[in-house]
Design a protein. Structure first.
Length: 341
């Protein structure tokens, strides 16, 4: 049985889900997304979200409200007569009246195996923490931060050298398939949620600009994971001789040295000493330049052995030097599950 669906989403990650819902014959009565952002060289052009572009391709009605907290917004949502809402990385807070606007409720697709990595950046944090597996979860939305009952979940292995961008694409495709499975089961009244366990909760805090700066005192393996976690955005960077260098890929090597010190420029890599071990940087980007394999970049740019990248303390590291993923972000008590990636 086809359902009447309100779809709420914004970035590329949400596109496969919208495509799958339309392709399986469900009626998308409205698409909610974030308003177009200024773009172009002068910031005068308005750039629609990936979801808005896809919705226009399907000739679906698009709404871009700045808030859903008003009486008019709630009334408009109810007037659509939808059976269910599907939310994928929308980016706006969904108040309780909106969550209750559809008789079958609101489903959220989250890019982790809940309760691990609740919050804004589950894909990046899973890679950064060195997880071997991740996945997607379809949950019934409530007023908490990704705390709703779990309906369906699917596991995916994380590749040893996989970037956040590559993992996101695989999770997005898997998520689209899982959502239509959930809608099919819902239409047959065969979908039962189960509460999230209290054990194993971690929080995927939003990535800050300060985190993009590499702390070379960290172990090489940890820095290598962060490079992949921050690819394609925001990138991991460090200053060398006053120039900002974005480090995209690296290989962990044995050895020592002063953290941040360039210990070798050969073999197609720029090798830097870390707090533990060394990192042979194999893909780099100079300020104003393009992303390049180190082998090509080093033909015309040869940093001196002994040069030192600027130190930069990691704001998320505790007094013992460990990253803390256990504590919820300060705003979690007032931020509904719709605000996640």
């Amino acid at each position: 049985m086809a359902l009447r669906v309100v779809f709420m989403g914004t970035p590329d990650f949400a596109v496969p889900t919208l495509v799958e819902i339309v392709g399986r014959g469900h009626e998308v009565v409205a698409v909610y997304t974030r308003a177009p952002k200024p773009g172009g060289r002068r910031g005068l052009d308005l750039t629609p979200s990936p979801i808005e572009r896809e919705a226009r391709r399907f000739a679906l009605p698009v709404f871009t409200p700045g808030t859903l907290r008003t009486t008019d917004a709630v009334g408009s949502a109810r007037a659509l007569g939808a059976d269910v809402a599907v939310v994928v990385a929308y980016g706006l807070i969904l108040p309780k009246p909106i969550l209750e606007a559809c008789p079958l409720g609101a489903f959220n697709l989250h890019a982790s195996l809940l309760p691990r990595w609740r919050g804004a950046a589950p894909i990046q944090r899973a890679i950064e923490a060195g997880d071997d597996v991740t996945g997607v979860t379809v949950m019934q939305m409530d007023a908490g931060l990704d705390t709703g009952a779990m309906l369906l979940a699917e596991t995916l292995e994380i590749g040893a050298d996989e970037s956040a961008g590559a993992l996101q694409a695989r999770l997005a495709a898997l998520g689209g398939e899982l959502i239509v499975q959930a809608l099919g089961a819902l239409a047959k009244t065969k979908l039962v949620g189960r509460p999230q366990p209290e054990a194993g909760v971690t929080y995927a805090a939003k990535i800050t600009k300060a985190e993009a700066t590499i702390d070379w005192r960290a172990p090489a393996a940890e820095i290598e994971r962060r490079l992949r976690a921050f690819d394609p955005a925001p990138g991991a960077r460090s200053a060398l001789a006053g120039e900002s260098i974005t480090c995209w890929r690296g290989v962990v090597r044995a050895g020592g040295g002063r953290p941040g010190e360039v210990v070798a420029v050969d073999g197609g890599a720029l090798t830097v000493a870390c707090g533990q071990g060394r990192l042979a940087l194999t893909e780099l980007q100079r300020a104003g330049g393009r992303r390049m394999a180190a082998e090509a970049l080093l033909r015309g740019w040869t940093p001196a052995v002994g040069a030192v990248f600027d130190p930069a303390p990691d704001p998320r590291r505790d007094h013992e030097g460990r990253l803390n993923f256990a504590a919820p972000p300060p705003s979690s008590s007032v931020t509904p599950s719709s605000r996640q990636t």
